[in-house]
Design a protein around this ligand. Structure first.
Ligand SMILES: C[S@@+](CC[C@H](N)C(=O)[O-])C[C@H]1O[C@@H](n2cnc3c(N)ncnc32)[C@H](O)[C@@H]1O
Length: 287
């Protein structure tokens, strides 16, 4: 149920020890008591190269013994298996969402999320239109930065997984996952501070950015191919957006070895192209 991964990061996390749903045994309801939803938020149980995503009250059979997560566990606590191997409890943060969300549409990698946040300043009080939701990594990061997000996913199964991912990420209240094709709803949408687009048909949405964005609002279009970026940039300019730029997103990892330091020999970390543009300010506000 995936449309592919975009990165070396995506390829490497398969061995991280993430618990597959089938690894999780029946919930141990004896620990639940009168817990609130917040008490039941998933946490990571971490030991060396193992990371298991579990909720308080759940138990998991691992190669190191049975792990039971007590109610009320806090980040930094340790939880031992029945064979006395200890795991540390970690609260999920953005990169953990990237590694542990159930994957459907290829998620945006953390460095590209960082570029979107940095170039647009998305944050508290912003209203964001995001399409498509896919795995929901970008939507969750935006919500964690304080924005309220309306995100569209046309594949109903993907949308359902994304809703579950938002719950795992603790942002279900801030992210509304709508099942449907964003293009079909464009006529009913307006008043956004930010558009984040990660679909092949993003240029068709960019062409309506003037109707969707508030004055001074931003558009960020993420495309795996430069042809898509060019089409999005042209559409954004044609509908009156300003300061339209496109950058390739590349990140090189460095190795610090005994003989010296150099870029890692893994392939150059190209993941895509990011096009940014901005709606003009309201007439009369700018000289
Ligand atoms: C590359 S994924 C998005 C990943 C997402 N940015 C993330 O960080 O997880 C693209 C998703 O957009 C969905 N999609 C494509 N065109 C769409 C459209 N017009 N309306 C709604 N969803 C669309 C696809 O089904 C796919 O799941």
């Amino acid at each position: 149920m995936t449309d592919g991964d975009r990165s070396d990061d995506a390829a490497t996390d398969a061995g991280s020890g993430t618990a597959a749903p089938s690894d999780v045994a029946d919930e141990d309801t004896t620990d639940e008591g009168g817990d609130t939803a917040a008490d039941r938020s998933p946490v990571l149980l971490v030991r060396e190269n193992r990371e298991y995503l579990l909720r308080p009250g759940e138990r998991l059979e691992t190669d190191l013994g049975i792990l039971r997560v007590p109610a009320g566990v806090q980040p930094g606590d340790t939880v031992a298996t029945h064979l006395d191997d200890e795991f540390v409890v970690r609260r999920l943060r953005g990169p953990d969402l990237f590694h542990h969300f159930e994957r459907t549409g290829a998620p945006m990698v953390p460095r590209d999320v960082g570029l979107v946040l940095g170039e647009t300043g998305a944050g508290t009080g912003d209203r964001v239109l995001d399409a498509g939701t896919g795995t929901g990594v970008l939507a969750a990061y935006l919500a964690r930065a304080g924005a309220r997000v309306v995100t569209y996913e046309r594949d109903p199964e993907f949308a359902e997984v994304a809703r579950e991912n938002m719950a795992v990420g603790g942002v279900a209240d801030a992210v509304e996952v709508r099942t449907g094709d964003v293009i079909e709803d464009l006529g009913d949408l307006s008043g956004f501070d930010l558009l984040t687009l990660d679909t092949e048909d993003a240029p068709s949405v960019a062409a309506r950015a003037d109707e969707l964005l508030l004055p001074g609002g931003f558009i960020a279009v993420y495309s795996p191919f430069v042809e898509g970026s060019r089409a999005a940039a042209e559409a954004a300019r044609e509908c009156g957006l300003e300061d339209v730029t496109t950058h390739e997103t590349i990140q090189r990892e460095f190795s610090f070895g005994d003989r010296g330091s150099r870029p890692d020999t893994a392939p150059v970390g190209h993941t895509g192209f990011l096009t940014i543009g901005r709606a003009p300010d309201a007439p009369g506000l700018v000289e």
